[in-house]
Design a protein around this ligand. Structure first.
Ligand code: GLU
Length: 475
C-alpha cells in the first residue's frame, strides 16, 4: 500500500508555524515512506475563507519547499460529490433528515441543562421526535449522521497511543446544513477516502473529530486511515503560541530574514527528535523521520534556537543559494547589488557575523552605496586628528597599488603601521570607519578589497576632510 498523507488547511488566515509544522510532518512522512503528499484547501466555510488566505498558504508552502504531489484540491469544487455521499447514507438509513428548528434545539438544551444532563442532540427526545414525525415535503431540514449509540471508538494514535472515546459522548452530527452545504467532519472523511489518504497527521485539537470521523468511515465501508495527532506549540512563556509572541506567520519569518532551511529544521525538532542531533539537512530529515518519535507533550517555541540555526544555514549554505534569498531583502531595503561586488562574495565575507538576512542586507549596504556621513560615535572615536596622518599615508599607498588584492591591502596597513610606528588599531580602525562609515566590519583589508579601489579612495579622502573640518572647528 502506498502511503499517502495530506495537509488540509482551512483558508481563514495565513500559514502559521503550527500549520507549517503539521504540513512538514505530513510531507516528511510521505517522503520517508516513498509515498505521496496531497494539499487540500478546506474552504467550505464560505464566510471565513478568502482567496488571500489561499494565496498566503500556497506562498508559505512554496517558500518552505513543501511541494505537493496532488492538489491543491478545493472542497468547494466537490459539493456534488458530498451530496452524492449524503444521499447514499440517507438511502442506507445511516443518516436521516432532522426538521427541528434552532429554537426547539435551544429549548431542549435548556431543559437538559436544568435537569443536570449532558446537553446534546437526542433524536428520541419527545419534542424532537414529534417534529420529525410531523414533517412534510418542503420543510427545511438538516441531515444528521446516525452515530452508533453503544460502545466506543478506539484507535491507535501513532503519537499518543491507544485512544478510546465512548459513543455516548458523541451525538448525531449534522453532515448537511439546511442550506445544503456539507459540514467539516463529513467532507474530511469523504475527501480522505476518495483521495486514498492512508495517514492523517494533524493537531490534537482534532481528536474528538477523529472519533466522529471513524464512525462515518465505518458507515461508508471505507478503510479508516492511521491517525497521528501532534501536540500544541507554546510560546516561550508557556502560553499557546499566538501573535503576541512575535512572528507566527511563516511569511513573517521570511520577512524577518530567516532561510526556509532554518525554519524547517527548527520546526522538525519542535516536537520530534532523532537522538540528540540538532541539525538536519532535508535528506536527513526524510531519512530519519518517523511518526512515533513525535513527542506527546507540547513544545515551547525558542527564538534564540531558531536564530542559531539561521546563522548556521546562512554560514554553511552555498552562497549562490543564500544570494537568491538575500535578493528579496536587498530589494526590500532598496539596495541595488548591481552597483558593487558580487553578492556571493559579500555573503562570504559577512555570513559569520549575522544571524538573519535582514542584518546581512543592512551590513551589505556600504558595498553598494556611498554615504555622506560617518556613524557619529565611530567617527568621534576614530576619526580624530591623530588619525589624519595614517589615513593620508594609507591613501597614498592605496592609490599607488597596482594589483587590488586583500594581501596587498594588508601589506599597506602593515607598512603604514611600521612607518608611523603605530599599532594595528590606530591604522585599521580609522580606515574601517572611513571605508564602511561605521565601527564594525569584517577584517578591513578584505572589506576594502570588496568595496573596490575607486570607492575606497574616495571614502578615505572624505574621512581626511572630515578630520580637517573637525580640526578647523576646534581651532
Ligand atoms: N481544516 C482543518 C484545520 O485547518 C484540518 C483538518 C484535518 O487536518 O483533518 O484545522
Amino acid at each position: 500500500m502506498t502511503v499517502k498523507t495530506r495537509f488540509a488547511p482551512s483558508p481563514t488566515g495565513f500559514l502559521h508555524v503550527g500549520g507549517a509544522r503539521t504540513a512538514l510532518y505530513s510531507w516528511l512522512y510521505a517522503k520517508n515512506q516513498g509515498g505521496e503528499f496531497v494539499l487540500r484547501i478546506e474552504d467550505t466555510d464560505l464566510e471565513r475563507s478568502t482567496q488571500e488566505a489561499v494565496d498566503a498558504i500556497l506562498e508559505g508552502m512554496s517558500w518552505l519547499g513543501l511541494d505537493w504531489d496532488e492538489g491543491p484540491y478545493y472542497q468547494t469544487k466537490r459539493f456534488a460529490r458530498y451530496d452524492e455521499v449524503v444521499e447514499q447514507l440517507l438511502a442506507a438509513g445511516k443518516a436521516y433528515k432532522c426538521y427541528a428548528s434552532k429554537a426547539l434545539l435551544d429549548e431542549v438544551r435548556a431543559e437538559q441543562e436544568a435537569n443536570k444532563e449532558n446537553p446534546r442532540y437526542d433524536a428520541n427526545h419527545p419534542k424532537i421526535k414529534a417534529v420529525n414525525d410531523a414533517a412534510k415535503d418542503g420543510d427545511a431540514f438538516v441531515v444528521r449522521f446516525r452515530n452508533p449509540k453503544e460502545g466506543s471508538v478506539v484507535f491507535a494514535d501513532q503519537i499518543r497511543g491507544r485512544i478510546e472515546i465512548r459513543n455516548d459522548q458523541l451525538d448525531d452530527l449534522i453532515i448537511r446544513r439546511t442550506d445544503g452545504s456539507p459540514t467539516y467532519n463529513f467532507c474530511v472523511v469523504v475527501d480522505d477516502w476518495d483521495m486514498g489518504i492512508t495517514h492523517v497527521v494533524r493537531g490534537e485539537d482534532h481528536i474528538n473529530n477523529t472519533a466522529r470521523q471513524i464512525n462515518i468511515y465505518e458507515a461508508l465501508g471505507a478503510t479508516v486511515p492511521t491517525f497521528a495527532h501532534c501536540a500544541m506549540i507554546l510560546g516561550d512563556d508557556g502560553a499557546k503560541l499566538s501573535k503576541r509572541h512575535g512572528a507566527v506567520s511563516v511569511m513573517q519569518y521570511r520577512d524577518d530574514g530567516y532561510l526556509p532551511e532554518a525554519l524547517n529544521n527548527y520546526l522538525v525538532r519542535l516536537g520530534w527528535s532523532h537522538g540528540d542531533q540538532e541539525i538536519f539537512s532535508r535528506d536527513e530529515m526524510i531519512e530519519h523521520f518517523s511518526l512515533n518519535a513525535i513527542s506527546k507533550s507540547a513544545s515551547a517555541f525558542n527564538t534564540d534556537k531558531l536564530l542559531w540555526l539561521n546563522h548556521h544555514y546562512i554560514k554553511t549554505s552555498d552562497p549562490e543559494y543564500v544570494a537568491g534569498h538575500l535578493q528579496w531583502h536587498l530589494d526590500h531595503q532598496g539596495i541595488n547589488p548591481e552597483n558593487g561586488p558580487a553578492v556571493t562574495e559579500v555573503i562570504q565575507l559577512l555570513a559569520d557575523r549575522v544571524q538573519t538576512l535582514v542584518e546581512l542586507a543592512q551590513q551589505a549596504r556600504y558595498f553598494y552605496e556611498d554615504f555622506d556621513a560617518f556613524d557619529e560615535a565611530a567617527a568621534k572615536k576614530h576619526l580624530r586628528p591623530v588619525a589624519k596622518e595614517p589615513l593620508v599615508l594609507a591613501l597614498e599607498k592605496i592609490t599607488a597599488l597596482e594589483t587590488w588584492t586583500t594581501e596587498n591591502l594588508h601589506q599597506v596597513i602593515t607598512d603604514v603601521c611600521e612607518t608611523l610606528e603605530l599599532g594595528m588599531g590606530k591604522v585599521g580602525m580609522p580606515l574601517r570607519v572611513a571605508v564602511t562609515g561605521g565601527g564594525q566590519s569584517p577584517s578591513v583589508d578584505a572589506t576594502m578589497q570588496l568595496i573596490g579601489k575607486a570607492r575606497v579612495m574616495k571614502r578615505i579622502q572624505m574621512a581626511i576632510e572630515f578630520i580637517e573640518q573637525r580640526e578647523a572647528n576646534a581651532g
